[in-house]
Design a protein around this ligand. Structure first.
Ligand SMILES: O=C(O)CCC(=O)C(=O)O
Ligand SMILES: [Fe+2]
Length: 275
């Protein structure tokens, strides 16, 4: 137990070191992008050997949950005691007070709260043909108390290239304008703010490999913009997916209606780490 706790702290210390080294540049990246979708990209996040080990400990796609519908096609895992403990330690290293604090400073937010229950976080894996259509993340936590404000996405698959597909796409000027494409490169951290205009997606994976990502979400008592309003996760089709776009808009309306009717949803959100 002590060893496990030490491990988490050690990883957090390494994260802190790298974020501190690059703090000025990261702040600049975030401030420059803030009027649209605030984000920063940090390469070589952890020592290469450690990131390789994290990747090696990822479960196979057969040991995790598959999500496959018109919105998205991917694999997720959040019951972290079912997998190698290094994965749990890595996820929670991003929730260490020191790490949360420096990210808060870089992104110039007044309060941020990590998501201990992994309400939306955990591991995500995407194999060939998997994708995530353009969407806005849900605005709130499960209790509708705090706002979801930052996504922290740590990509760990060695040798992942732009040509492998599976790039994160940000759509700062909406889905009709060009996107910013961010390759899911090995040992890269992307932090992006989430609000009512932060449209993002993941394009299709084109390689045989699996794109592995360690995800964390931070919440806050305050939204990114004062004008932000409650919304459910909202998906859209790409400009060449006219029919899918109609279906997704309908699907958004249905989920929104259900949410309104039952406030907290009909059942407890199943995406939660039960310790
Ligand atoms: O896997 C990614 O790069 C993005 C995932 C995503 O959209 C999210 O976690 O909200
Ligand atoms: Fe998202």
């Amino acid at each position: 137990m002590l060893f496990v706790e030490y491990r988490r702290e050690t990883i957090a210390t390494l994260l802190l070191k790298r974020l501190t080294e690059q703090k000025v540049d990261l702040k600049r990246q975030f401030i420059d992008s803030k009027p649209l979708i605030g984000h920063f990209v940090l390469d070589n996040l952890l020592p290469n050997d450690l990131t390789k080990e994290i990747h090696e400990k990822f479960p196979s796609t057969k040991e995790v949950i598959q999500k496959k519908n018109i919105r998205e096609s991917k694999y997720i895992a959040y019951q972290m005691n079912a997998y190698d403990s290094l994965l749990e330690e890595t996820i929670y290293a991003f929730q260490d007070k020191r790490v949360v604090n420096i990210i808060k400073e870089i992104c110039d937010l007044d309060s941020v709260l990590p998501d201990e229950n992994l309400y939306a976080g955990g591991l995500s894996m995407m194999g060939k043909e998997n994708f995530l259509n353009p969407h806005l993340d849900n605005s709130h936590d499960a209790d509708l108390k705090n706002w979801r404000v930052l996504n922290l996405l740590f990509y760990v698959t060695p040798d992942w290239k732009k040509s492998s597909g599976g790039s994160l796409e940000l759509w700062p000027k909406g889905l009709k304008a060009p996107s910013i494409e961010i390759t899911s490169k090995f040992n890269r951290l992307v932090v992006m703010s989430t609000h009512k205009n932060s449209w993002h997606s993941v394009n299709k994976v084109t390689t045989e490999g699996v794109r592995c990502c360690v995800s964390n979400y931070y919440f806050s008592e305050n939204p990114i913009h004062n004008s932000d309003k409650f919304h459910v996760t909202t998906f859209r089709g790409r400009s060449n997916q006219k029919l899918i776009d109609i279906l997704l808009r309908l699907d958004n309306q249905l989920r929104k209606g259900v949410r309104k009717l039952f406030k907290i949803g009909i059942r407890e959100n199943p995406h939660k780490y039960k310790k």
